[in-house]
Design a binder for this molecule. Structure first.
Ligand code: GLC
Length: 731
């Protein structure tokens, strides 16, 4: 039996007592019976736990079930090594927050940390020790369904999400009562799958990888993330699960990551399908790359490692290295001291769920995630004197999806919230259509309601399960029946306010963008989404969300993002030989950073405290923000740079900072950005960071729209002495 007062020395002693079978058991993660998040499999058995064939479980939730499973390990196995229990908790367990792509639109690291903290508190009372979050895959292709889970298109935003989420889940002590281990996933480049098709291969330059896709993971490692999960994909010909240069050389040796690397679901076994290995070789390749735990690998490690050891494909030292990291994680999680520490009592669970502050946070998060995309003639906020409102669209199916509560309850919640916000209005409800199919009689009912209403709230978009894993869509737009419904309602001449529910940027048709009176991106807004929507519609909350991912005007533009490198033939409408499409628009429908407010802001007087800096020096960029409207509001200001002349072409805009400021009507505040010479470095031809002298254009503004940016010029005075850098590293 394991000693209660386990420590590092105890871990070494334990390791020395373990058989090979018990060691490999610690490197095996099996699924409980709660949810399947991969190809179907048989749930774990108590015998497997007692025999030491498994070291951790996923997808088993609930204190009592976790307690039972843990008891088999702690009291039933030879060495009594506790299991750890894990689950995908990306946007809440009981209190549901907006999907991560939605939450990233808040551009609010404090909010991102706060929602992770609540999720961790809810996990840590229901038996969950580790979450497979944050997902920090940068994505620039809305056809890929997992944009839903991520931070959008920009590496800086991804880095800030990574830091905030790791802090929120883990705090600074994994053994703290409400701390759980976080997992940075999916390492790396997953968001760039070929043609946006899920699980497809990825090809990208080393430059793009190091400049865009790796930085969020480095930020997670620097923030002390406990685990990392390689992606399913093959990156430039090497499946991530066996990518020695990135997993071992970069992450473990260069970044100094000594946490646990857990494979994605059966991704080691899938190496056979990638065509790179048979079972023992697959196990050896993954272990030697640094992958410690085989998740649901159909025996990849359990069967493959003993044979690989016999054949000299792996060493016992390598196996011990992996087992040590797993045992150390369990030590840090406090599981040796108290294996049942996160199995809360029914009273504790009830007390946890009953906290009103959590519902308030969920409403705040949903409010801050909503993006006001269009607002013709200041249609929004709606007037309190409205006499009749028609809620139309398949909201119940969209919101119901595969999550609680059932559709009818979601519709009722929206109606209740709208009625509360507009007490004088009669509120009607008509689905009008299904999400992807016409609805028998739906159109007629919707039109009848519309004719009797002052305004139509038209709920359109995707069900939750139309985005996320294994949910690529070749045309990420509105299904035809929904478009037909929208057209019919627009033809009534009544004002139409569109609420777009989605897990990704959607292709909004020209006619809808032009003729709807207002369009709101509400994502999948979580437990309190209906209340947040009513708050925005009524003006109780002035929308402040901004897009963290460009919305294409046409699927033919994909991939489209703001940080493109310039071309020698920039687009000129009257120049045939210039970079543009002939047959579709060239600008995105909505740019990165786009988001309207009910008030108006004026940025002025951009200035620097130092107009010339050298290596190691910092300046401050200041800009005044005035609220020129009649309503208080939060304004997000972005700081971009462009290196005017450099040895490697640089993106036309690179995001270096962002901040939010609340400004009262008529008030003016000054926003200050520290800008260091380090932020002006880029990866040179050899992918080593370098600072080159010369002019830098510094832009401040409310989005990546060049027409909205104000520019000042900064000089870098001298060339930084080339510092010896042993190997490429991400910025
Ligand atoms: C899934 C996902 C991964 C998740 C894991 C466990 O296949 O790719 O994000 O954490 O399996 O559920």
């Amino acid at each position: 039996m394991v000693k209660a007062a386990m420590d590092h020395r105890g871990i070494e002693k334990l390791l020395s007592e373990m058989t090979l079978k018990e060691k490999v058991g610690q490197l095996t993660m099996l699924s409980g019976e709660l949810v399947q998040t991969g190809p179907a499999s048989a749930p774990v058995t108590s015998d497997a736990i007692k025999n030491g064939e498994v070291g951790s479980l996923l997808n088993l939730v609930g204190s009592e079930r976790v307690r039972d499973a843990q008891r088999h390990a702690v009291e039933g196995s030879r060495l009594g090594i506790p299991l750890f229990f894990s689950l995908d908790v990306l946007y809440g367990l009981r209190t549901m927050f907006p999907i991560p792509l939605g939450e990233s639109s808040a551009f609010d690291p404090a909010l991102w940390e706060a929602t992770a903290r609540v999720a961790a508190e809810e996990c840590a009372v229901e038996g969950i020790d580790l979450t497979f979050a944050p997902m920090i895959d940068i994505a620039r292709d809305p056809r890929w369904g997992r944009t839903l889970e991520g931070p959008g298109e920009d590496a800086l935003v991804g880095q800030r999400v990574a830091r905030a989420k790791v802090r929120g889940y883990q705090t600074d002590d994994l053994a703290a009562p409400t701390a759980i281990a976080a997992t940075a996933k999916h390492f790396a480049g997953y968001g760039a799958v070929l043609a946006g098709r899920e699980y497809a291969s990825v090809d990208m330059s080393e430059r793009l990888l190091h400049e865009v896709y790796l930085p969020p993971f480095r930020a997670a490692v620097e923030a002390g993330v406990a685990c990392l999960m390689p992606a399913f994909i093959d990156l430039n010909g090497t499946p991530m699960s066996i990518h020695v240069p990135l997993l071992r050389k970069l992450v473990r040796e260069r970044w100094g990551f000594d946490g646990v690397i857990v494979s994605d679901w059966s991704s080691i076994a899938e190496l056979l399908l990638h065509g790179v290995a048979a079972r023992p070789e697959a196990a050896a390749l993954a272990l030697n790359a640094g992958v410690d735990i085989d998740m649901m690998g159909k025996g990849a490690y359990v069967d493959g490692l003993p044979e690989a050891l016999d054949r000299g494909l792996v060493t016992m030292a390598r196996i011990d290295e992996a087992v040590r990291r797993v045992l150390m994680l369990k030590l840090k999680l406090g599981l040796f001291d108290d294996p049942y520490r996160r199995c809360g009592s029914p009273e504790a669970i009830a007390a946890s769920a009953a906290q009103p502050a959590r519902r308030a946070l969920a409403r705040e998060a949903a409010r801050k995630s909503i993006v006001l995309l269009t607002n013709t003639g200041a249609t929004l906020p709606l007037k309190g004197s409205l006499k009749s409102i028609a809620i139309v669209g398949p909201f119940g199916e969209i919101a119901g999806g595969n999550s609680e509560p059932p559709p009818a309850e979601r519709v009722a919640a929206l109606v209740d919230q709208v009625k509360a916000a507009f007490p004088e209005a009669a509120v009607s409800v008509a689905a009008g259509s299904h999400v992807e199919q016409p609805r028998e009689g739906g159109l007629a009912e919707a039109l009848r309601n519309a004719e009797q209403s002052d305004v139509i709230l038209l709920c359109l978009g995707e069900r939750v399960d139309m985005a996320g894993e294994a949910s690529s869509r070749a045309y990420p737009g509105l299904p035809q029946p929904q478009q037909d419904l929208a057209r019919a309602l627009l033809e009534t001449g009544k004002p139409v306010v569109v609420l777009l529910f989605s897990g990704r940027p959607l292709i909004v048709p020209d006619w809808l963008a032009a003729f709807a009176k207002a369009i709101l991106a509400v994502w999948h807004p979580g437990s309190e989404g209906e209340g947040a929507i009513a708050d925005v519609l009524s003006g109780a909350y002035n929308p402040s969300g901004r897009l963290s991912m460009s919305w294409p005007a046409d699927v033919g533009q994909i991939p489209i993002f703001f940080a493109e490198r310039p071309t020698g033939r920039p687009r000129l409408e009257n120049e045939h030989f210039s970079s543009k499409y002939l047959d579709i628009p060239n600008d995105p429908r909505f740019r990165f950073g786009h988001g309207l407010s009910y008030t108006s802001f004026l940025l002025s007087n951009p200035r620097a405290t130092r107009w010339t800096i050298a290596a190691g020096e910092t300046t401050e960029i200041l800009v005044d923000v005035k609220n020129t409207g009649a309503m208080a509001g939060e304004h997000t200001v972005f700081l971009f740079i462009r290196d005017v002349a450099s040895s490697i072409t640089r993106p036309a805009l690179e995001l270096e900072d962002f901040t939010k400021v609340m400004v009262a009507p008529g008030e003016m505040k000054t926003v200050r950005f520290a800008l260091s010479s380090d932020q002006l470095r880029f990866l040179g031809a050899d992918l080593e960071p370098v600072l080159e002298p010369g002019a830098f254009e510094i832009f401040v503004g409310p989005s990546a729209n060049p027409a909205q940016l104000q520019m000042l010029e900064l000089q870098v005075r001298q060339v930084e002495a080339r510092q010896a850098q042993p190997s490429p590293k991400s910025m």
